[in-house]
Design a protein around this ligand. Structure first.
Ligand code: AMP
Length: 139
């Protein structure tokens, strides 16, 4: 496993160097819409402190992050009237990780509706913004 690279795309989102459709922010965490959603409402929750993934994360950072993951999962479920919510994350390329800053995927799920592929097509920005407004209204 290599070290944390602070030039990754999520570190740039935290610093405001590239745009994101933000949902929630506090001193330690940020939540924003995934640009290639596997289902409507797919969002990401990240700590502001850099770690490559879960394997090298500071437990104290995780302790502050998980309540935010829960908060966003509850809001996403309500916003999309979902039957369930997938929460997950990947560690290293062999497990499917493509961005090397710890992030939790939160995806509203509906019975019988399959997910789109991981790293599929980019969603229209207006659709992402409209879905973000639905989630923010439930926070
Ligand atoms: P993974 O590292 O495999 O867990 O996935 C990284 C996730 O980040 C994918 O679901 C991408 O669609 C998403 N993603 C990549 N770049 C951006 C970005 N600039 N803004 C929002 N989501 C992104």
């Amino acid at each position: 496993m290599t070290d944390y690279d602070p030039s990754n795309i999520f570190a740039k989102i935290i610093k405001g160097e590239i745009p994101s459709v933000k949902l929630y922010e506090d001193d330690d965490a940020l939540a924003f819409m995934d640009v290639m959603p596997q289902a409507p409402g797919h969002l990401l929750v990240i700590p502001k402190q850099g770690s490559r993934n879960l394997l090298d994360a500071d437990p104290a950072v995780l302790a502050k992050l998980m309540p935010v993951v829960q908060k966003l999962a509850v809001a996403a479920r309500q916003a999309f009237d979902a039957d369930g919510v997938y929460v997950g994350q990947f560690n290293e390329p062999a497990a499917g990780q493509t961005v090397f800053h710890l992030h939790f995927h939160v995806i509203p799920r509906h019975d019988g509706q399959p997910l789109k592929p991981h790293i599929g097509g980019m969603e229209n920005i207006d659709v992402l913004k409209a879905n973000a407004e639905k989630i923010k209204a439930c926070l």
